[in-house]
Design a protein around this ligand. Structure first.
Ligand code: MN
Length: 200
């Protein structure tokens, strides 16, 4: 199981994030984008594959503009259950801050996922509420620190693409795809989410 790093970084007695579990997986693999108000705001872009969520932290978030190549830093695999997580990671814990489920849907890889990721170029199609159509992840050449972890997330030119003369999808559509909540409401009501998640 590729979740050792995920486990090592977190104390599941303190964080409401899901503990690592054998990924049941979905019939159609999901993608999620989580807006994460950690020390630095970023958007976590996750693709379900082989029982885990392959994950990248995107500081500026995804764009629908093919000219906007967004840095995407590869981070540790997350459990599939993380795709349902929205809430507050408490102060003092890894990644402390509010997490909003910004988008969710299904994804279709072009070709073999493992081969594409090891080759460093993976193209795909997304069908979410906010992100749709084609896109790709391209690994940047390693240069010293952060070696091999830096990728670019790029929208394909297709009918779902948008040009630069607008605000950007993260500004235009900030609401939670799961709850419709604003980020302040998520940060202020963490206990309720935690208890309801644990109760089910
Ligand atoms: Mn994050």
């Amino acid at each position: 199981m590729a979740l050792e790093e995920y486990q090592r970084k977190r104390d599941f007695a303190r964080t409401p994030e899901p503990a690592p579990a054998a990924g049941k997986g979905h019939r159609r693999p999901i993608f999620v984008v989580q807006e994460h108000h950690a020390t630095r705001l970023h958007y976590d872009f996750r693709l379900e594959h082989a029982g885990v969520l392959k994950s990248w932290a995107v500081p500026k978030g995804p764009s629908l503009d093919p000219a906007e190549k967004r840095l995407a830093v590869r981070v540790e695999d997350h459990p599939v259950d993380y795709g349902d997580f929205e809430g507050l990671i408490p102060e003092g814990e890894y990644g402390a801050g509010a997490v909003r489920l910004w988008d969710r849907g299904t994804w279709w890889p072009d070709g073999d996922v493992d081969a594409s990721l090891s080759k460093g170029t993976a193209s795909f199609r997304l069908e979410g509420s906010k992100l749709r159509g084609g896109g790709r992840l391209v690994r940047l050449r390693a240069r010293g620190r952060g070696e091999g972890k830096n990728w670019l997330l790029i929208k394909r030119r297709d009918e779902a693409a948008r040009s630069a003369d607008w605000e950007g999808v993260t500004e235009e559509r900030p609401e939670s795809v799961a709850s419709g909540r604003a980020i302040d409401a998520i940060a202020e009501a963490p206990q309720r989410d935690w208890q309801s998640e644990r109760a089910t």
